[in-house]
Design a protein around this ligand. Structure first.
Ligand code: FNR
Length: 336
């Protein structure tokens, strides 16, 4: 299975890894993109809808879009779930079928909301639970499965865990080179990722993660990938601050070009205000404080107002009207 081999990947990111940033990353040159982590119960309580007005498959709960998939990411989008239960994971696999290219389980999130529910990094100390989740997911899924872990406090424990995960039949393993109690400012343990690669010996694609701090150019991505020895590499923070880091040719773009390209997709895919603002603020960084467009973003109360700050009002209106046209056409078709 080559899905995860030799790939440059947009890492899972809550609030950011939604349709517009995923599509932007793919357009720039990422090979694969992960969704934000979606907690199992949220997805299981959602309804699958073919959204003709936007041209997507939506999983929604009322007005809340839990997951929106564009045909342009077909075969390239990995759904990441948060779970501590094999049965729920299997139900998700049945629900999404092959709407997504693969399903990944988050076993690395150290945040209290994840750990309190026995998800994310809480799983790292429960090998039996990990096996239960992965084997039931594997037997129910028609797409490849993978998981993403952090390094354990003792490297031998990491390697033992990796061997157990490999036996569950996963198609790839993401390794964030930090321990559960380490934070982004701490150095990425790339040598421990290299040990994991050596341990699985090429049979299982390893995805190196945690090196955003070392990346300023596309060549840095390739260098870090080579240094880790891993089959693939996954980028989070750098891809959020500078999505054009995925451009193989031509280098990164200015933050305002990245924002413009992101807003085109946010308008087309009708992204909500909170998520749109979050990504733009992460791209803006300190420009929020002194650039007039940055200040206008901070003050904006809607996607339209954010678009206005970057002279994208016409794009916003174009897609809004397009959705309205498709919706009314559908109504006429349904109620002639
Ligand atoms: C994350 N990370 C993360 N990890 C995960 O497995 N599922 C998730 O939903 C999230 N959400 C998330 C949101 C945001 C805003 C950030 C910055 C990070 C962790 C992320 O995928 C990655 O493991 C780390 O950020 C380390 O990689 P980088 O940033 O060095 O490339």
């Amino acid at each position: 299975m080559d899905l995860y081999r030799d790939k440059i990947i947009l890492a899972p990111m809550v609030r950011a890894g939604r349709t517009p940033l995923r599509l932007l990353s793919l357009k720039y040159g990422a090979d694969l993109c992960y969704t934000e982590e979606i907690v199992d119960t949220k997805l299981l309580n959602s309804q699958r809808i073919v959204n003709e007005a936007v041209g997507t498959i939506d999983y929604r709960n009322g007005d809340d879009i839990i997951l929106r998939l564009s045909p342009e990411e077909k075969g390239k989008c990995v759904l990441q779930i948060g779970t501590n239960n094999g049965e729920s994971a299997a139900k998700i696999a049945k629900l999404v079928g092959d709407d997504v290219a693969a399903i990944d389980v988050n076993m690395g999130c150290p945040k209290p909301f994840s750990i309190h529910c026995g998800m994310g990094a809480a799983l790292l100390k429960q090998t039996d639970k990990i096996k239960e989740i992965l084997t039931s997911l594997k037997s129910a899924a028609i797409v490849p499965i993978s998981c993403k872990i952090r390094c354990l406090d003792d490297q031998n424990d990491t390697l033992n865990l990796v061997r157990e995960i490999e036996k569950c039949g996963v198609s790839a393993l993401g390794v964030h080179g930090r321990r559960r109690d380490e934070r982004q400012g701490d150095r990425c343990r790339i040598e421990e990722i290299r040990e994991v690669v050596r341990c699985v010996g090429g049979d299982l694609p390893i995805i190196a993660n945690g090196v955003s701090g070392e990346i300023n150019t596309y060549s840095d991505i390739l260098r870090q990938k080579a240094e880790s020895g891993a089959s693939s590499i996954m980028i989070a923070r750098k891809a959020l601050a500078t999505p054009s880091i995925f451009r193989k040719d031509g280098g990164i773009l200015s933050k305002y070009e990245d924002i413009g390209n992101f807003l085109d997709l946010a308008a087309e895919y009708d992204e909500n205000y909170t998520m749109t603002k979050y990504v733009i603020q992460r791209i803006l960084g300190s420009d929020q404080e002194y650039d007039p467009r940055g200040k206008a973003t901070v003050e904006a109360g809607s996607v339209l107002e954010i678009c206005r700050a970057f002279q994208k009002e016409d794009v916003y209106e174009k897609w809004r009207k397009e959705r309205q046209r498709k919706q009314s056409k559908r109504k006429i078709f349904e109620n002639p």
